[in-house]
Design a protein around this ligand. Structure first.
Ligand SMILES: [Zn+2]
Length: 363
């Protein structure tokens, strides 16, 4: 009997790719073909590249009915790349020694980001001096304080990001498609609704920050979702987006083995120019953007590559050598240095309404 998921993909394969989401062109060519390397769903998946604007997109895409099939129940399990650990900054509070110093340095970074909580260690000279050493790491986990501290996270999973920010004084709201993850977030005391963003009950003009971390690339129509979100922003509010960078050095090096391809769950592989065009279509604009190191994506890509080296013994191919050797941690300075500017693994952009004023786009 044929696999039902393969059949639903074939149903779409019969139709031509749709007009480009960003430029409307109907011309595209095959960019690469890959497999589901994380959950081994059957079949080969094709990423096409728009001839008009260069947007890379998955086609054929899974039918909506098979979306649950794409996200197995183990998707968010501990040890998977999608699992978030519920922890707030104060959890690492320690009295003395090296751990205590690290905590005092983190307090200095958090103060610089606009937070001044009672439970923070008081400022001291040594931690202020060493503050730049932790700034980079913490700045990717904690957003700077903004407005009246009202945050909405779309696709919040078990609420790890919201939990951290609620502890820093944010009023935290979340929406999550997975019922199980939304339930976990609510059990942790977070205000999280389960279901699609289009059906959620959310106040308009309320949020200083709306966050979508590795969500946009999973959506059928990301422009439509951004248009739904824009009216929820308070004056001066911004939408923070993070997606894998379609123009990263990693995607160029590893090709079909690049971890962040995540086929067939990633429908779009955005560059910063694509995000700018997407924002325009939703009456938003990119106020600021940066790229950053993904953490362990290169060693995971190395392990995907290793798996395909059929000349090697099975024991080596399946050994997850990259992860066992912690290859990326050893080489992270090289990876970071090479993937500067536009070439980092993940792309982070702050969007704001076109009529909302604010900073000019910058690199
Ligand atoms: Zn296009």
């Amino acid at each position: 009997m044929p696999d039902p998921e393969a059949v639903s993909l074939l149903a779409r394969a019969a139709s031509a790719p749709p007009a480009c989401l960003l430029c409307g062109s109907k011309e595209s060519r095959v960019h690469l073909v890959g497999r589901d390397r994380l959950f081994a769903r059957p079949g080969a998946f094709t990423v096409r590249r728009c001839a008009g604007c260069g947007l890379r997109f998955l086609w054929p895409r899974p039918e909506l009915g098979s979306i649950e099939e794409l996200y197995p129940s183990s998707y968010f399990e501990e040890g998977t790349p999608h699992h978030g650990r519920l922890a707030k900054p104060a959890d690492r509070k320690a009295e003395g020694g090296l751990a205590g110093l690290k905590w005092r340095i983190d307090c200095a970074v958090l103060r610089r980001l606009g937070y001044a909580r009672q439970e923070f260690a008081p400022p001291d000279r040594l931690s202020s001096l060493l503050e730049p050493t932790r700034r980079h790491k913490l700045r990717h986990k904690v957003v700077p304080a903004r407005g009246a501290l009202r945050m909405l996270e779309v696709g919040c999973g078990n609420g790890a990001f919201l939990y951290r920010h609620q502890a820093l004084g944010w009023e935290a709201w979340g929406v999550e498609l997975s019922r199980g993850e939304a339930e976990r977030a609510r059990a942790a005391g977070l205000n999280v609704q389960s279901g699609r963003i289009e059906d959620a009950n959310l106040p308009r003009g309320h949020f200083d920050l709306i966050v979508l971390l590795h969500v946009l690339e999973h959506l059928d129509d990301p422009a439509e979702v951004l248009r739904e979100l824009a009216p929820l922003l308070a004056p001066g509010g911004q939408i923070l987006i993070e997606v894998p960078n379609g123009e990263s050095l990693g995607s160029r090096w590893w090709g079909t083995w690049w971890f962040a391809l995540e086929l067939p769950r990633h429908f779009w592989h955005f560059s910063v120019r694509d995000l700018e065009r997407l924002a325009e279509r939703s009456e938003l604009r990119v106020a600021r953007w940066l790229t950053r190191h993904g953490g362990d994506w290169h060693q995971r890509s190395f392990d995907f590559w290793l798996e395909d080296q059929r000349w090697l013994p099975d024991s080596v191919r399946r050994s997850q050598l990259g992860r066992r050797l912690r290859l990326e941690k050893r080489l992270r300075w090289i990876v970071r240095a090479l993937a500067r500017g536009r070439r980092g693994d993940a792309l982070r952009a702050w969007l704001e309404p076109v009529r909302g004023g604010g900073e000019a786009p910058c690199a």
